[in-house]
Design a protein around this ligand. Structure first.
Ligand code: PA5
Length: 443
């Protein structure tokens, strides 16, 4: 398979006629023009649209230099952030790394152990993390565009205090890296006062569209992934999606349109099922991107995720025979990083000798084909996205594919895909309950 990312849609034909797709072409063209010309609602957040082609080599070099310093000088790297300031980096690192990265020897790993904090409010999680960090050389990267998000702010305060006990002020300054807004926010001010190395999240890029900015790039480079290749892959998809809007030649928009047609036909849940454990966080990243971009004004496809085949033994029953309100998108990798074959067992006690000589990839492929057919027969339309491999290039392509597809899909739905007003409601209640100044009852 030559494609970096292949979209297969034959299993939606029973539910979506060609005409349903073709009818939306003029609407797609209009939304495309709105995106490209910046006429769209939310246009102030379109900085991600041509970010891959506008990323200068010097910008990457600067990030790589800091990443190298971190790799050379620390044994544990902690990325502190939540939502869009966390999921993209974790997705890429989980995708590109050894399945047991932190358990490997430092020589095999070639860089620090990698941890995440600030994505929850858990004393147990932070306690255990601090315990792990106790006798290690540590670097922190705190990531927050607003610089005021409560979860990472709490984690950063505690981690910073831990670092202050461990290091003198000169050493501490070298070990804390801040990624935040170019001008505003508490974190920007703190970085200035304390002299921390600061990376900028461009003003016009929202959190969930920011994986290809320093938000994602610094932690990803620390993990040893080639960020130049990541951007190059994204650039290829940017070119493809920008050049042609035709739904027969633009798989990004085709996927967006099919989602919308299925939604209009009552399929209100998209289950994104990864057929490789390395894709587990990638689908979580997609879930935030799709959910925050579309779920508003009482509209939106609910983005659910699963890891197959594991979840065929938990959700599989529901998908096969439950409420017929969902469709699936399978996300798979054509070839794994390692080849593993099933060998013959003389006694054949487990009855598996019929698989002798076949690879695990082949068995997994048959599991995907069997699942796709079974679920289709059960009334669940499904599509498949197959990545060529587990390279940084393929991942960059996929990141951009989903960003652009979700922007188009939300536009077709008639919502602003770049804001998230609903996220504020829980914060206001929490602040009131915690007596945060300015949020007292009645105010
Ligand atoms: O997509 C978004 O904008 C959000 O998920 C944010 O990334 C998340 O709320 C974290 O915000 P911040 O980076 O300001 O701490």
């Amino acid at each position: 398979m030559a494609n970096i990312l292949e979209l297969r849609t034959e299993n939606i034909k029973k539910f979506v006629a060609d005409q349903d797709i073709v009818t939306l072409q003029p609407e797609v063209d209009r939304c495309h023009q709105d995106l490209e010309s910046g006429r769209k609602e939310g246009a102030e957040y379109l900085g991600w649209l041509h970010l891959p082609s506008q990323t200068a080599p010097d910008h990457l070099k600067e990030i790589e230099q800091s990443a190298k310093w971190i790799r050379d000088n620390c044994e544990a790297f902690v990325s502190v952030g939540i939502g869009g300031s966390y999921l993209g980096a974790k997705a890429a690192i989980d995708f590109g790394s050894h399945a047991f990265l932190n358990q490997r020897s430092s020589i095999a790993r070639g860089g620090p152990e990698i941890y995440f904090a600030g994505q929850n409010i858990s004393s147990d999680y932070l306690h255990d993390l601090l315990e792990i960090l106790e006798d290690k050389k540590v670097c922190l990267n705190v990531v927050s565009k607003s610089g005021t998000t409560t979860e990472p702010a709490i984690a950063f305060r505690l981690l910073k205090q831990f670092m202050e006990k461990k290091y003198g002020s000169d050493e501490l300054r070298k070990r804390i890296f801040v990624t935040t807004d170019p001008e505003r926010g508490a974190l920007k001010q703190l970085a200035g006062e304390e002299g921390y190395r600061c990376f900028v999240i461009p003003d016009n890029v929202g959190g969930r569209y920011s994986v290809l900015t320093p938000v994602g790039l610094l932690p990803i480079a620390v993990a040893g992934m080639d960020i130049g290749e990541l951007i190059a892959g994204a650039r290829e998809c940017e070119n493809l999606a920008t050049r042609h809007t035709g739904l027969d030649s633009n798989p990004v928009y085709r996927y967006a349109v099919i989602r919308n047609v299925l939604y209009q036909k009552g399929k209100t849940i998209e289950l994104m099922a990864a057929f490789h454990p390395a894709l587990q966080t990638v689908v979580e990243w997609w879930r935030q991107l799709a959910g925050e971009s579309e779920g508003k004004e009482a509209k939106g496809i609910f983005p659910a995720t699963a890891e197959y085949t594991a979840d065929l033994h938990s959700l599989g029953q529901w998908v096969q025979e439950g409420n017929r309100i969902l469709y699936e998108t399978f996300l798979r990798v054509a070839s794994s990083g390692h080849f593993m074959e099933i060998s013959e067992s003389p006694g054949n006690q487990d009855g598996l000798n019929y698989l002798t000589g076949r690879s695990l990839d082949e068995v997994n492929e048959k599991a995907w084909q069997g699942t796709a057919r079974a679920h289709l027969e059960g009334g669940v339309p499904n599509m498949t996205l197959t990545m060529k491999d587990r390279s940084a290039y393929s991942l960059g392509y996929l990141f951009y594919f989903f960003q652009r597809a979700v922007a188009m899909s939300g536009s077709l739905m008639g919502v602003n895909p770049f804001d998230q007003p609903g996220v504020e409601f829980y914060k206001k209640n929490m602040f009131q309950l915690l007596n945060k100044p300015g949020y007292e009852k009645g105010k």
